[in-house]
Write a protein that binds this ligand. Sequence first.
Ligand SMILES: *Cc1c(COP(=O)(O)O)cnc(C)c1O
Length: 377
Amino acid sequence: MATQRVLDFLATRRPEGPCLVVDLDVVRDNFRAFEKALPDSKIYYAVKANPAPEILRLLAAMGSSFDTASVAEVEMALDAGATADRISFGNTIKKERDIARAYALGIRLYAVDSVEEVEKVSRAAPGARVFCRVLTDGEGAEWPLSRKFGCVPAMAVDVLRHARKLGLDAYGVSFHVGSQQTDLTAWDRALADAKRVFATLAEEGIVLKMVNMGGGFPTRYLKDVPAAQAYGQAIFGSLRKHFGNDIPETIIEPGRGMVGNAGVIKSEVVLISKKADNDNVRWVYLDIGKFGGLAETMDEAIRYPIVTARDEDEKALCVLAGPTCDSADVMYEKAPYPLPLSLTIGDEVLIEGTGAYTTTYSAVAFNGFEPLRSYVI
Ligand SMILES: *Cc1c(COP(=O)(O)O)cnc(C)c1O
């Protein structure tokens, strides 16, 4: 839902063109909710979700740590006031020279998921801490992360053993249960795998210290999602179940759950038309689409709440599309979207829950459209 602060900003500033407005008060509340839900876990905000400097500064001041995926993101976190010991290089796919640059900036915590990457880290970041990412099935996630990251738990044992052999600090295990994860038990399966890696290595005298439980915490789109507190309880229960009285240090890396509901995109209806006189589905074209920041509508995965000033009126299903000349720039067609029959060209619409994964996905100049503007208030 758009907060009153966001609505007031839009009403008084009347920014031209599509734009994202992020309410920092909501980010602050989200950070506190995560702290409260998992008081023993350190929070590493996933910078890629929304790297706006105002957001990073707020979170740095509140004591957050940061999960980064590139040297540029490391620098953004440092510029926002985080010290190097509060930053992880969480991408398992890094150039060796980028590892070296991060190391020179003081970064000492790196993700790996292969022996090959461990070799790079051992050369470019000698003695650093590494954690190995294990695959998860991604079930229950609306934006699953596929098999691109992580390795099977048995291989994680080899990877961490190799890290130790090369003089690195074999520090822990990480996983990501898939983004927009609404199944509270998803962490349980991954924690069971993590525990097996801990136990196997312990038999060889390698004592891991940390489990990085990743992101996946959802934002409310059209359906209700469990609150942070419910995630906290489920995750803590699983930690107890699998690790007993020997719960390791834990990290969470919320991205979407930290900023998703803090942002609203203001957009304008450019055209409403039909393909034939007897069509009963209207085509509604907005001034923002897949290339303007709504990339997560790919495969119609994320379904954003769309609010108009005419929502009291009768609604009918529409195909919703963006303004560019790429025919892939259609957001919802397989599952058309209900919008008011009275909707008119020139109307403004609010696309809610768009604080995460929008500005950075926006193309630089496709068809000459400028990248999504963002205001952080
Ligand atoms: C993207 C990412 C996150 C954030 O995921 P959300 O589902 O947005 O919370 C966390 N950790 C890693 C390693 C990531 O790549």
